[in-house]
Design a protein. Sequence first.
Length: 382
Amino acid sequence: MDPIDIRLKNALVDGDTSATGQVLSGVTIRQLLEKTRDRISSCADGPGGSPLKPYEKEGWGIACILYGNGRTGMPNPGVARARLNGEGLVELAVGTPDIGQGSNTLYVQIVAATMGITPEYVRVISADTRCTPDSGTTSGTRNTAIVGKAVQRTAAHLRGTVLKNAAAFYSFNEEKAEIRCVDEGPAIVVPDRDAIPLVRVAKDLAGVLEVEDSFDPPATPLDEDGRGNPYALYTYGLQYARVSVNTLTGQVTVRKIIAAYDAGTIINPALFTGQVEGGVAMGVGYAVSEEIKLSRGIISNSNFDGYILPTSMDVPSVEIITVPLPDTIGPFGAKGVGEPAIVPTAAAIANAASNATGADFCNLPLSLEEVTKTLEQKEVHK
């Protein structure tokens, strides 16, 4: 049966129940499969790049995922603090560290869009225990959906606080006022009067323009039977892999990856692309070369001459397709994609190697030894 057809036949849909008894909603696996079907079929049927040698075989595979955003039902609040500083800039304090994925940039965009100003008027302080609230860990694909939602709520809280206090101080109708950028920078704009620069507001109302807010997604811990609603939202995705297998040496070469995701509203396309491409690169290493070897409980390949990481030359062409269906929980409908980007890669590559050779690969990585052994066992059991 066609690999896409069998997945369409068995794909989760709204109203299905997960293994923990959670009734799912906003499920988009079918949409991802249908949107990518023609593109995957054209790649599977078309030329795969450099010509194959007689001892090389080529195949393609696909793998689908759903991935929860958060900490599996545990209390998981994101917390943020924001204030209008003396320079009229919005200063955001958030404890979650940006470890390279670009979350601070995302927070700037969320604050700017919520406040009605442009990003250059937002400053972020992160992961400084001296002055930032505990926003939880950078883990569990929670920064965008959970901490980002806390940031959005905090920015909305600050906007309301600024307008309320300024309306009382300057005697204007709060309901008719807005915050936006004018020639002089961010300001409160009220019909029939001059704009009031936020730097002036900050000086006149010093000490009252600081707020803190939080967001904890509506999930529940698993009970003693493993039942519950561990995640409030899920990221859905799939990856297609095209590989060639050298049947003499066992080398698996990944020739192309198509990665398709529903991560809700994509707030920053460049960061989204970087997360997916980085996840694929990690997944390629996990699939074909990275292996921790133990000897009497001690890692025996503790250097990078024995633990083989992929280089830029090992990463194939990556094509990204999005089905951005906004979620109802994350900021502006966004969901996380950091960890989901790596999850299906190895499975898709293993499926592709099986499609190429007719052998079932059940262990990772698909090293020279593992592939050669599996192909030999296949010949023995013919």
